[in-house]
Design a protein around this ligand. Structure first.
Ligand SMILES: NC(=O)c1ccc[n+]([C@@H]2O[C@H](COP(=O)([O-])OP(=O)(O)OC[C@H]3O[C@@H](n4cnc5c(N)ncnc54)[C@H](OP(=O)(O)O)[C@@H]3O)[C@@H](O)[C@H]2O)c1
Length: 325
């Protein structure tokens, strides 16, 4: 079968399309014939060697939609979450490293990670959903506790996960304040219902602009880390919440007094439990949510797709169409 495999780290262009053996289903596994896959920033980080426990060669890819047992399916990329809803087990992992992933015509995954594809989604839309969809669901609702009528700050709205946070917030009737590096992405966010949109690249004091526009927010969701997380904390209401699921720009230095004086709650989250994944699928189906697709590439164009993510040009999810075997 065809697959995009990484043999050495160094740059996003290091993935190579190759002929590799079709995986066999191990004990308790299903082989999914993949029709579409999607990129996540972790794929870029892995190609740069910025990820723990890299095993090579490996087929990358955490998101996928395809066919198994004669039905349309999508994959839950969290493998072995474990028994505690609050946190994954130390043995948990993410599909696509260390296990071979979805940038291939077939992928072997645990039976319990195979789910029926939501009926309202195309193959490309369904492929865009799993990793970003469940991370955003847990960040927004399970950890962030967002409710109708509340205001949420979503920093860096152009990203795969953050576009889902915006869709989810608007689906339940929350108010969304978003930031992004580009005006074009802010326009697209407004078209999806963002109530206030601020360019963090041209407005370094964007947190003051948030204050001026809405006062303070109930919840902030951030994956940029660094300065972005510190500024996000400064616009949260007393008693409000912050959720972080990433540190794209590095570590943050935060002011302690407002955190304890205003009794803020700060949650860290990663991926989602099987229960979160099932709840996310039910939510997406109930609200007819369609993932925001930035662009669809052929598997053979993986280098351009990875480059687009590395250049931060995308708004939403970058999808790969996988040729049928
Ligand atoms: N813990 C987990 O389970 C988990 C799951 C998924 C992702 N993540 C992490 O979350 C991050 C985003 O992942 P992704 O796949 O959604 O990536 P992505 O689609 O490539 O998006 C990158 C994001 O970074 C934002 N960004 C970059 N610099 C920023 C800055 N200075 N201030 C504010 N935002 C900034 C971009 O915002 P604009 O383009 O709008 O400017 C965009 O939202 C990565 O660090 C990833 O590893 C973690």
């Amino acid at each position: 079968m065809q697959a995009a495999r990484l043999h050495e780290t160094g740059a996003p262009g290091k993935l190579r399309i190759e002929d590799v053996p079709v995986p066999e289903a191990g004990d308790g596994q299903t082989v999914v014939s993949v029709r579409a896959a999607a990129l996540n920033h972790r794929d870029v980080f892995i190609t740069r060697g910025l990820y723990p426990k890299i095993v090579l060669p490996r087929i990358l890819g955490s998101d996928g939609c395809g066919e198994a047992g004669g039905r349309g399916v999508i994959v839950d990329p969290t493998i072995g979450w474990g028994p505690d809803e609050r946190v994954w087990s130390p043995d948990a992992s993410i599909l696509g490293m260390p296990a071979d992933g979805t940038f291939a015509q077939n992928v072997a995954i645990p039976n319990e990670n195979v789910h029926a594809k939501p009926e309202h989604l195309s193959d490309e839309e369904a492929a865009a959903l799993p990793l970003a969809g469940v991370t955003a669901y847990r960040a927004t609702f399970v950890c962030g506790g967002l409710r109708a009528g509340e205001t949420v700050l979503i920093t860096g709205v152009g990203g795969g996960v953050q576009t889902f946070a915006l869709l989810y917030a608007k689906a339940i009737g929350a108010r969304a304040v978003v930031t992004s590096s580009r005006d074009g992405k802010l326009e697209r966010a407004k078209a999806l219902g963002a109530d206030v949109a601020i360019n963090y690249a041209t407005t370094p004091d964007w947190h003051k602009a948030v204050r001026a526009a809405v006062g303070a927010v109930d919840l902030a969701i951030d994956s940029a880390g660094g300065d972005s997380f510190a500024k996000a904390l400064s616009v949260i209401k007393p008693g409000g919440r912050a959720v972080t699921y990433g540190g794209t720009t590095g570590d943050a230095t935060i002011k302690m007094f407002p955190v304890f004086w205003n009794q803020l709650s700060i949650f860290g989250t990663s991926m989602g439990s099987p229960g979160d994944f099932a709840a996310m699928l039910a939510f997406v189906s109930k609200h007819f949510i369609k993932p925001v697709i930035d662009r669809v590439y052929e598997l053979s164009e993986i280098e351009s797709a990875m480059q687009r993510m590395d250049d931060a040009l995308q708004f939403g999810k970058i999808v790969l169409r996988i040729p049928s075997a």
